[in-house]
Design a protein around this ligand. Structure first.
Ligand code: KG4
Ligand code: ZN
Length: 345
């Protein structure tokens, strides 16, 4: 009999399941993305997302079990992300997790998806990377945390407008590059000059752990389409101009994220930084974080690339909660929009 848990993730537009053993080894990690369904709309359409989860969840769980070699009877617990996310999408995952927990008579463990992004940073090291400052940069969140333990995350601050990933997605739309924005902007930026445009870096002089990306997005919009009320002619959007704008935009986001992390490390007096979420897959950001580590002497653990965008392997966090007896009941509910200040609250 194996001692493994099944983790389910359905908070946004990825249907995912993973089987993970007690030593946090990922025995299988299956992710069904819905990119092709949402692409025509340039963003995630909640109703389409929840319907797609409904169709895909059972096959994805089946495949995760098969690939891990585990059977339903081997499961010690069912872990599911219940917050934050799209309400319909979260409900599909939670309902399936409750059904499995009830049918197999094993504990149900609920996790916070954003905290799981941070837990993913320790998956390659084989040890739990706490205490630390944590930055989650995804399509829906740009949050800084003080991470005291796997079950104590205190939200320090976040973006006051757009999330960093959202800015990548919107700028990709402005540049007519496709969806999701992060990977296509990163690719276009390879042929561009990051110093071609001096885009704004907001809130850098603000001592609070707050970030802002909407001014940057608007600056890109005006560069591409012209400033409203101005009669100045806008140059055509050639491939080179597009690449230069992409590279300059990416440089601005990376600058802001790195400097806000440095500030949080200093203020929190922490020597370790965790960075997770979809934007952490960005190569320029990853090398800027490596420079930060070299410069500051802080340990920087970035989520392994395959666990940056949404996945269920980061549900390994469920083991940490399970080991502390933090189970959920069958009356557990989803918490779509809110981020708990502390996971123990
Ligand atoms: O964590 P994630 O998969 O979903 C949420 O929880 O939101 O993050 C998705 C976001 C998208 O906005 C996408 O554009 C961004 O992560 N992203 C990237 C890269 N890959 C994905 N941003 C910058 N560079 C990338 N390589
Ligand atoms: Zn995410």
């Amino acid at each position: 009999m194996k001692d493994v848990l099944l983790a389910i993730e359905s908070s946004c537009d990825e249907t995912a399941a993973a089987v993970i053993d007690r030593n946090r080894n990922i025995l299988s990690n299956v992710v069904a993305t819905q990119t092709e369904l949402h692409e025509p709309f340039g963003g995630v359409v909640p109703e389409i997302a929840s319907r797609a989860h409904l169709e895909r969840l059972v096959p994805v769980v089946d495949r995760a079990l098969r690939e891990s070699g585990a059977e339903l009877g081997d499961l010690s617990a069912i872990v599911v992300a219940t917050e934050p996310g799209l309400v319909g999408s979260l409900l599909v995952g939670l309902s399936a997790a409750k059904a499995l927990s009830l049918a197999l008579d094993v504990p149900l463990v609920t996790i916070n998806h954003v905290e799981a992004h941070l837990y993913a940073c320790g998956l390659e090291t084989g040890r739990e990377p706490f205490p630390a400052i944590g930055l989650v940069v995804s399509g829906g969140h740009t949050n800084l945390y003080d991470c005291r333990s796997p079950v104590e995350f205190e939200l320090l601050g976040s973006t006051i407008d757009d999330a960093a990933g959202e800015a990548f997605d919107k700028v990709a739309q402005i540049l007519e590059l496709g969806f999701p924005g992060g990977p296509v902007i990163e690719a276009a930026a390879r042929n561009g000059d990051p110093r071609a445009f001096a885009f704004p870096r907001s809130m850098l002089n603000d001592p609070r752990p707050l970030l802002s990306f909407s001014g940057l997005k608007t600056a890109v919009l005006y560069t591409v389409r012209g400033t409203p009320g101005s009669s100045a002619e806008v140059p055509p959007l050639t491939d080179q101009r597009r690449a230069d704008i992409a590279a300059s935009f990416q440089a601005a986001v990376v600058d802001v994220l790195v400097r806000k992390c440095e500030q949080a490390l200093r203020q929190g007096n922490r020597q370790r930084l965790l960075v997770g979420g979809g934007v952490a897959a960005n190569g320029v950001f990853r090398s800027a974080l490596a420079d930060l580590s070299a410069r500051s002497g802080c340990e920087v653990l970035i989520s392994p690339k395959e666990y940056c965008t949404d996945n269920a392997a980061m549900g390994a966090l469920g083991w940490a909660r399970l080991e502390r007896g933090l189970f959920a009941g069958l009356d557990a509910d989803v918490v779509p929009g809110l981020v708990r200040k502390k996971s123990t609250e």
